[in-house]
Design a protein around this ligand. Structure first.
Ligand code: IMP
Ligand code: MG
Length: 188
């Protein structure tokens, strides 16, 4: 066990400010699942999670959707590992199934500037799905640079960097069950 890394982790976590406790996230995810269930009845949706941040949210969300559905993943990675958004991004994973004629629900952790989703929506739409909607757990509307909006949105967040429940800082802290702020935004 690397005790030095563990103490760095503990010191970082001690500085975080709680924004959404797990119970609050769970309740909101249940509501989103109920809305999606009502809207997609009879549609057999293809739920596409954006790697890696949306993995935890997607895992909880799909268990609140009472319909036959399929899941897949798409990956986009920005250069650098810190607290900046993806202005320039590379595709790291593509869905394995055909999107043609499918009702696609794209699931993302957070919409910040909107650049990532603008790119992802272009890729998804090129696959000629029957419909595309977007579900984002978190939204920072004050930071938007391109017009992207979620059809299903969990919570609005202030202009601060957030971690936990799938969201990372330098690829760490995705495993925290609650969502925390680091303080004022250092991004873009
Ligand atoms: P956008 O392209 O600026 O909308 O950035 C979206 C992506 O940046 C998200 O999918 C996250 O991976 C990352 N991101 C933006 N804001 C935060 C944050 O506050 N915490 C963690 N990741 C963030
Ligand atoms: Mg990220």
């Amino acid at each position: 066990m690397d005790t030095d890394k563990t103490s760095v982790y503990n010191a970082f976590v001690a500085e975080l400010k709680l924004l959404f406790p797990h119970e609050e996230i769970e309740a909101r995810v249940r509501q989103l699942g109920a809305e999606i269930t009502a809207d997609y009845r009879g549609a057999d949706p293809l739920i596409i999670g954006v790697l890696k941040g949306a993995v935890i949210f997607l895992a909880d969300l799909i268990r609140q959707i009472d319909l036959p559905l399929e899941i897949d993943f798409i990956g986009l990675s920005s250069y650098g590992d810190g607290t900046s958004s993806c202005g320039e991004a590379i595709v790291t994973a593509c869905p394995a199934v055909s999107l043609k004629g499918r009702h696609v629900l794209l699931v993302e952790d957070i919409i910040d500037t909107g650049y990532c989703l603008e790119t992802l929506l272009k890729i998804i739409k090129a696959g000629e799905p029957a419909s595309v909607k977007l579900c984002a757990l978190l939204d920072k509307p004050g930071r938007r640079q391109v017009p992207v909006s979620a059809d299903y949105s969990g919570f609005n967040v202030p202009d601060a960097f957030v971690v936990g429940y799938g969201l990372d800082c330098g690829q760490r802290y995705r495993n925290l069950p609650d969502i925390y702020t680091l303080g004022e935004s250092e991004s873009g």
